[in-house]
Design a protein around this ligand. Sequence first.
Ligand SMILES: [Zn+2]
Ligand SMILES: [Zn+2]
Length: 275
Amino acid sequence: MMMDTIAKNLSEWPIRVDIELLKSIQNDLVQAKISNCSLANELWYLKQFMLIRMNYVEIFNMLQNKQYSEAWSSLADLENTIIMIKDTFEIPQIYHIDYILEYIHKIQKFYPYKFFTSREEIIKEMKCGICGAVVNPAKSCGHEAGRVYCGVLCAYEITKLDLISLAVVENPYDKYAVLKLSDKEHNYDLLDFLMNGLSDAFEEWDYIEKQVPKPEFKNAFMNKPCPCGSNKKYKHCCYGKEYTLMPHIEVIIKNPKKKLGDNIIISNGLWKDKE
Ligand SMILES: [Zn+2]
Ligand SMILES: [Zn+2]
């Protein structure tokens, strides 16, 4: 009965977060850990699916409140959780978890974070979160990190670590360490624009990336002097050159909360001077 109710809630569209149902799953999970391991494992996954949706709503609310930096870390947490679960469990499509993952990636795209610090480190010692045994690639305790044992997730805890170096990278494996500059702050214009148009966490939206002429080249004439000041005709100078273009993002929202102008936003770069 309980399982049917959970499956029904998880399959509902639009997504509806049911806190009471989550509480009763939690209670049943505590019981099942003692009496029924396979049920406990099943409940653990169902609980995660409910938490994923709840966390996504919380992140959306953070974004609406312009808590962009906090929301970034939470997005990375949620992304990692979903990827970890997908690794060991085939999530039914109808539970909308892939949908949420897709929207996490879309939102990340609107962030001005392109550079990250990355640590190079050597793990000296890890302990199994289930049995407490010291583990290393050569010596396993039999528990596998990321698997669920009787309703408990196995995670390895790093207990000794040597830091080798720090590097600045693009597209890191670990998205947490965002590079910050002391005299600049991040430019969140794209996110502001997006969030102004959205009213619900599970509202559908999309974007198209475009290249459009920079303002100075927008109204250039083929047979007139080139806007770059070379005294050559535009058609013999900068016409068709890649540097005359700049990236634009067109946001597509079916029923925007506020009117979004022509729905095209120019990114004015990743950084702003601090006020
Ligand atoms: Zn173990
Ligand atoms: Zn030119």
